[in-house]
Write a protein of this length. Structure first.
Length: 366
């Protein structure tokens, strides 16, 4: 896949659109639509109570994009982001998109060596961090003769004046918009290239499987730059125009408190995090009855505790199997039986080319 242009050939893109898998709507356009249609609705809420409405989100993204343009960021440049989970990182992602540039996502918990390796592999135009990571970002950037900026209160620490963007500079849905990383089986970070339509397809499956709507309130507790985090914290809440509650750092007790305080309806977490919540007394000390759906994956859930959690909260636990590299391979739905939902990873997605083996035996047909 070529970085700095469309991520797929035209014929494939046309076929995917004809099948209804892909869209012409970009994330940036969805933000603008939300700002127009529901301007005062909360888009992101940094727990416990720091709310950003859709109109505030849209204005902040435009202001940041003009700052980036003033700094010389051009279409198809790469901009590295090393930032903790908050509303600000989503505003920044959209600002970079509006410049026509590509986000290079570095995990919030990455060390300087890991960040330096990713920066060396992707060769971004500049590196943006939050204040917590600014000292490490400056060290990593200095070794690569790279400019480093700090994002504070939705503005960059620079005196360079902003510049208005031309109307046609923003990325399209088939363009590469994100490069993130995965350690895979080697522990050495490897870069993965993403288009928005790749995640729009995933978004549609999540909406169908969980019967998601704009009225849902999301609590995604997976780091933003990675696969599970991208659709749960960024693309799906924005496409829907829903509200997302963001924790600076996950703990089971904080997650339970956030669910009760903000009447969260959709919890998104890896299996280990869900097991931590199920085992924590906070799950019984707080009212979690607002939960409707829990999306999880990554490993098998213990069946009895999962059943107890469903009975305690009234939520339906959905599992899926996929990865940052391949996307969704299989999933369960709210209409599946409890046995299927909690003991399997669901049905293979029909559009995906998947083969299953039991040892040397191909069992795909079964």
């Amino acid at each position: 896949m070529q970085v700095g242009g469309p991520g797929v050939h035209g014929a494939d893109a046309a076929r995917y659109r004809a099948a209804g898998w892909w869209s012409d709507l970009t994330v940036s356009q969805a933000v603008r639509r939300n700002a127009t249609g529901r301007p005062t609705k909360t888009a992101y809420l940094d727990y416990p109570d720091a709310a950003l409405s859709w109109s505030e989100f849209d204005r902040a993204a435009t202001a940041l994009s003009e700052q980036l343009a003033g700094l010389g960021v051009r279409r198809h440049d790469r901009v590295a982001v090393w930032h903790g989970d908050s509303a600000a990182i989503h505003v920044l992602f959209v600002a970079i998109e509006r410049c026509g540039a590509v986000v290079v996502g570095i995990g919030a918990r990455a060390g300087t060596r890991e960040a330096t390796h990713i920066l060396r592999s992707t060769r971004p135009h500049l590196l943006i961090s939050d204040t917590h990571r600014a000292p490490s970002a400056k060290v990593a950037a200095a070794g690569l003769s790279l400019s480093a900026l700090t994002l504070r209160d939705l503005s960059f620490d620079t005196d360079i004046p902003p510049r208005a963007l031309p109307g046609d500079q923003s990325l399209g849905p088939d363009d590469v918009f994100l490069i993130n990383s995965t350690s895979g089986t080697t522990g050495q970070p490897k870069c993965v290239v993403h288009t928005q339509n790749r995640w729009h397809y995933f978004h549609q499956k999540a909406v169908a499987n969980g019967e998601l709507t704009a009225d849902d309130v999301f609590l995604p507790v997976i780091p933003t730059p990675f696969g599970f985090g991208i659709w749960t914290t960024h693309t799906t809440p924005i496409y829907l125009g829903a509200t997302a509650v963001v924790l600076e750092r996950f703990t089971a007790a904080t997650a339970c408190a956030a669910i009760e305080r903000h009447k969260v309806t959709v919890l998104c977490c890896v299996s280990t995090q869900l097991m931590m919540i199920m085992a924590d007394p906070a799950s019984r000390d707080h009212d979690l009855s607002s939960l409707r759906v829990v999306f999880t994956g990554g490993e098998t859930l213990p069946y009895r505790p999962a059943v107890s959690f469903e009975e305690l909260t009234g939520a339906t636990i959905l599992q899926f199997y996929g990865s940052n590299e391949t996307g969704l391979l299989s999933g369960t739905t709210v209409h599946d039986s409890r046995q299927r939902r909690l003991r399997t990873a669901g049905r293979i997605v029909p559009e995906m080319s998947v083969r299953l083996f039991d040892g040397d035996t191909d069992v795909t047909a079964t």
